[in-house]
Design a protein around this ligand. Sequence first.
Ligand code: NAP
Length: 279
Amino acid sequence: MEQRPFGPLKAEISVIGQGTWNIAHGDRSRAITALRRGLDLGMNHIDTAEMYDGAEALIAEAIAGRRDEAFIVSKVLPSNASRERTRRACESSLAKLKTDRLDCYLLHWRGEHPLEETFRAFEDLKRDGKILSYGVSNFDAGDLQEALAVTGNGKIICNQVLYHLQQRAIEHEVIPWCEKNGVAVVAYSPFGQDRFPAPNSAGGKVLGEIALSHRASPRQVALAFLTRRKSVFAIPKAGRPEHAEDNAAAGKLKLSDDEIVRIDRTFPRGPKRRSLPML
Ligand SMILES: NC(=O)c1ccc[n+]([C@@H]2O[C@H](COP(=O)([O-])OP(=O)(O)OC[C@H]3O[C@@H](n4cnc5c(N)ncnc54)[C@H](OP(=O)(O)O)[C@@H]3O)[C@@H](O)[C@H]2O)c1
């Protein structure tokens, strides 16, 4: 599994990580096995959120005895993102995760509370060792610029955003902004949830041909395409161990320039949109 520096952090984070939205709604022991298998294969980045009902408690079981192997990211809901309630939300996440610290804590999306308050809470939590770093999610370039003005350079380590083959809006402004400012980009819903191109669709056939030539799977090709720039990481969610294995193998797949051009033409990034798409 390829590991890369995560924004300004010295820590090396797996280019492919593990999402956990809805993971607690399926077969619980299978999901725990999937997360553990992912860790075995080097997918150390585990993404969760207070919003992901039951996911934090499930992760606690998956990482029992292996906390130091994981880079755990959780998120505060915008409605909880005042200075005082952010602290409480973080403490609740820590209790559910049965850990003493988060490796990174994100504001899930921008809401009613001023950014100053949320980032002040993040700084308090960092000072107390409850979080080791912080970042944002669903921020467009304008939001990022405002956030940077509040925190100063080198504080926001990542921006987690929607990015998959049929949704490439972040390539217009968000990725360039993040690269210029040393912020990691984390691609969520990298398979478009359950809308991954069908094998018999035009796009699915292109992915299938490229996959065949690498003895890889079409999803591995998609993940390799999304993470082709060093600044971008991806966090597919897998509730099944065989899916975790498939996704982990994408961490060593390298596409040629010609293959990247072919995928780019098959799934065009489209025009710039006025607002950043999110789920
Ligand atoms: N910050 C935000 O606002 C935000 C929003 C959405 C998501 N996220 C994060 O991003 C993560 C990923 O996004 P997502 O869960 O929305 O969707 P996703 O990762 O695009 O897709 C998940 C679906 O793909 C299936 N899958 C995974 N690996 C597979 C494989 N190798 N072969 C076949 N099927 C496979 C999963 O099935 P199984 O479960 O059956 O394995 C599941 O049905 C989330 O879990 C969450 O952590 C963040």
